[in-house]
Design a protein around this ligand. Structure first.
Ligand code: KG4
Ligand code: ZN
Length: 398
C-alpha cells in the first residue's frame, strides 16, 4: 500500500510517499521545505508568516514527493502490474499513484494545519482516495517504525519536541496511555528559550548542542584526555570550531564538571511529569549575576544541556523500571540531540530493555512519519471522509 503523507503543523512544509507492507514501512520520498531562515529574523515561528509560506510551498513539495517516488523501481513495478488494480482502492492509480493520503490535523498552529488539511481534502476528492487524519505526536512516535521490521510491545516512548514533552506507554498500534508530561514548557521550547538568552538564535537545540560540545572537547583535552579523532583541533585554537548542526557523533567526550549549577527540575518527584520553565528562569538569573557570561557561553550551554538531558533520562528510566515494558523509544525534534540519544540508550540497555530511536532525518518534523502513522491507521481502516476532515489544533494523544 502506498501512502502520501502531508505535514504542515508548524514551520516545515513536508510531503512523503511511503510503501507499507505488513509491519514494514519503506520511504520512497521524503521532501521537507524548511522555513527556518524566514523565522530566524523574528527569533521564533510567526504563525501568519508560516501559513503563507505553506500555501506557496505545499503543491511543489507534494509534486516533488510524487515525482521522486515514481522513480523508485519497486513503485514502478507495482503500478505496472495490472493484476494489482483490484487491491488498489483508486480508479486512477497510475495518475495519482497512492492508495490514501495521510495528513496532520493537530496539534499545531491552526493556520498552518489548515493548509495541509485543505490540500489533503482536495486530493482525496479529486483522486477518489481515502484520507487519514493523523495526530502529530502519534506521528513522531511512529518515526520509530520507519524501515524497521519489528517493534516489541509494550513500549515506553519519550517524545520531546518544540511543543511537547510526553512519556507514553504504547501497548500496541494505536493504544496509548500517558504516563507523564510537561506541566509548562516543552523540552525543545526550553532549548529554544535558553539559546535565545545566550544570544544563539533560533532554533535553539542544535545551537546549544554545538556550544556545549565546544566546552566538553576543550575540557576533555585539558584534563589530559585525547579527544576522539574527529574532534582533534589545532593547538592554536583553544576552543575548536564545532561544525554546527552535526548531531550524531560516533563517540562523545566523557562527562565534564562545570562550575555553573542549574537545577534538574522535578527529577526527584515521584510522578513522571516534567517542568522546564524553572530551568530557563534559573539560567536567566545566573546570567544576570555573571558579568562575564558572554565569555562562558559554551559552559552555560553545556550545563543547560546536562540539566535537560539528566532530567529527561532520569525520569524516563524511573518510569521504565516500574512498567512491564520490553522497549524504550525516543522521538521528536529533541531526539536529534546526540547526548540524549547516547545516554538514554546506555541507561535503557542497562535495564536489559531494547532501545529504539529514529534516524536523524525522522526526528524533526517530516512527512514520512505522518505517512507511517497513517499506514498503521489504514490497516485498522481508520479513514475519515474528506467532508468531515477538520483541523484539531489541540488534539490530545490519549
Ligand atoms: O519535532 P520538532 O521538529 O517540531 C515540533 O513538533 O515541535 O522539534 C523542534 C524542536 C526545537 O525546539 C529544536 O530546538 C529542537 O527540536 N531540537 C533540538 C535539537 N535539534 C532540534 N533540541 C536539542 N538538541 C538538538 N540537537
Ligand atoms: Zn513535531
Amino acid at each position: 500500500m502506498y501512502i502520501l503523507g502531508i505535514e504542515t503543523s508548524c514551520d516545515e512544509t513536508a510531503a512523503s510517499i511511503i510503501e507499507g507492507k505488513g509491519s514494514m514501512v519503506k520511504v520512497l520520498s521524503n521532501v521537507v521545505s524548511s522555513q527556518i531562515e524566514i523565522h530566524q529574523k523574528y527569533g521564533g515561528v510567526v504563525p501568519e508568516v508560516a501559513a503563507r509560506e505553506h500555501v506557496l510551498n505545499i503543491l511543489p513539495v507534494v509534486n516533488e514527493a510524487l515525482t521522486t517516488a515514481r522513480t523508485s523501481a519497486d513503485y514502478m513495478r507495482t503500478y505496472a502490474d495490472s493484476s494489482r488494480s483490484a487491491s488498489v482502492r483508486v480508479k486512477s492509480a497510475p495518475i495519482c499513484g497512492v492508495d490514501a493520503v495521510a495528513v496532520t490535523v493537530g496539534p499545531g498552529l491552526v493556520t498552518s494545519l489548515s493548509v495541509g488539511v485543505e490540500t489533503a481534502k482536495v486530493l482525496s476528492y479529486v483522486w477518489n482516495i481515502p484520507v487519514i487524519a493523523v495526530n502529530h505526536i502519534e506521528a513522531h512516535l511512529y518515526a520509530n517504525f520507519i524501515e524497521r521490521e519489528k517493534v516489541e510491545f509494550p513500549a515506553l516512548v519519550l517524545t520531546v519536541s518544540g511543543g511537547h514533552t510526553i512519556l507514553v506507554l504504547m501497548s500496541g498500534h494505536g493504544k496509548y496511555k500517558i504516563i507523564g508530561e510537561t506541566r509548562d514548557d516543552a523540552a525543545g521550547e526550553a532549548f529554544d528559550k535558553a539559546a535565545s538568552l545566550l544570544g544563539l538564535g533560533y532554533p535553539g537545540g542544535p545551537a546549544i548542542s554545538a556550544e556545549a560540545e565546544k566546552f566538553s572537547i576543550f575540557n576533555f583535552s585539558r584534563q589530559g584526555g585525547t579527544p576522539p579523532r574527529r574532534w582533534q583541533f589545532s593547538k592554536k585554537s583553544k576552543i575548536p570550531a564545532s561544525p554546527a548542526g552535526r548531531q550524531n557523533p560516533t563517540r562523545l567526550p566523557a562527562r565534564q564538571e562545570s562550575k555553573i549549577q542549574l537545577p534538574r527540575p522535578m527529577l526527584e518527584s515521584k510522578n513522571s511529569d516534567f517542568s522546564f520553565s524553572g530551568l530557563k528562569t534559573a539560567l536567566l538569573y545566573q546570567l544576570k549575576k555573571d558579568l562575564n557570561w558572554q565569555k562562558r557561553i559554551p559552559e552555560y550551554a553545556y550545563e543547560f544541556q546536562r540539566a535537560a538531558v539528566e532530567t529527561l533520562v532520569g525520569k524516563t528510566i524511573r518510569a521504565a523500571k516500574k512498567l512491564p515494558i520490553k522497549t524504550v523509544m525516543l522521538s521528536g525534534g529533541v531526539a536529534a540531540n546526540a547526548v540524549l540519544r547516547q545516554e538514554l540508550k546506555e541507561e535503557t540497555e542497562k535495564l536489559g530493555l531494547k532501545f529504539l530511536l529514529p534516524e536523524l532525518i525522522y526526528t524533526t518534523d517530516n512527512a514520512a512519519m505522518i505517512a507511517a502513522a497513517g499506514y498503521f491507521k489504514a490497516q485498522r481502516k481508520e479513514y475519515t471522509a474528506w467532508q468531515k476532515l477538520a483541523v484539531r489544533a489541540n488534539w490530545e494523544l490519549a
